[in-house]
Design a protein around this ligand. Structure first.
Ligand SMILES: [Zn+2]
Length: 153
């Protein structure tokens, strides 16, 4: 990929009020989450450019509407990572002081990333390009939690 150290600006406006989306994000997510109960990861493929979105997205960066569900792998590569010592959200706090490895993962067959907590890994050996796999629960519940944890592959 060629890197350009310049910015291009195009003046104008788009009337997005004329657009009618065929899919609602909530409907797409329901289908995506339901497949997780069977330990299947689905992506949504764009008919125009072929990009596969996982998690699904109701529109593509080429402005077409992804419509084809495709099964993708539960293994992929780390695209980015960071380390966290604790987290709190909405009054909840978990494991303060517990080291965590948070990774961006692009599953094989997808062109987009998901966030995941990498487990059973040595933080000194985590790197971009590292192979990982989804850590499935024995009985997935059909929630995003089903794919929020990963293991080295
Ligand atoms: Zn597209």
């Amino acid at each position: 990929m060629e890197y350009k150290d310049e910015t291009t600006s195009i003046s104008g406006s788009w009337n997005l009020g004329q657009w009618h989306w065929k899919h609602e994000t909530a409907v797409l997510m329901q289908h995506f989450l339901a497949s997780l109960k069977d330990k299947k990861v689905l992506g949504l493929k764009c008919p125009e450019c072929g990009l596969v979105y996982c998690p699904p997205k109701p529109y593509c960066s080429c402005l077409s509407i992804p419509e084809e569900w495709v099964e993708i792998s539960d293994e992929g590569v780390v695209t980015t990572f960071t380390f966290s010592g604790s987290w709190s959200y909405g009054g909840m706090e978990e494991g303060a002081g517990t080291p965590r490895i948070i990774v961006g993962v692009m599953l094989d067959g997808s062109n987009t990333e998901m966030l995941s907590q990498l487990e059973d890994a040595d933080r000194d050996h985590v790197d971009v390009g590292m192979r990982v796999k989804v850590k499935w629960a024995d009985e997935p519940q059909g929630t995003i939690e089903d794919v929020m944890h990963s293991l080295p592959a």
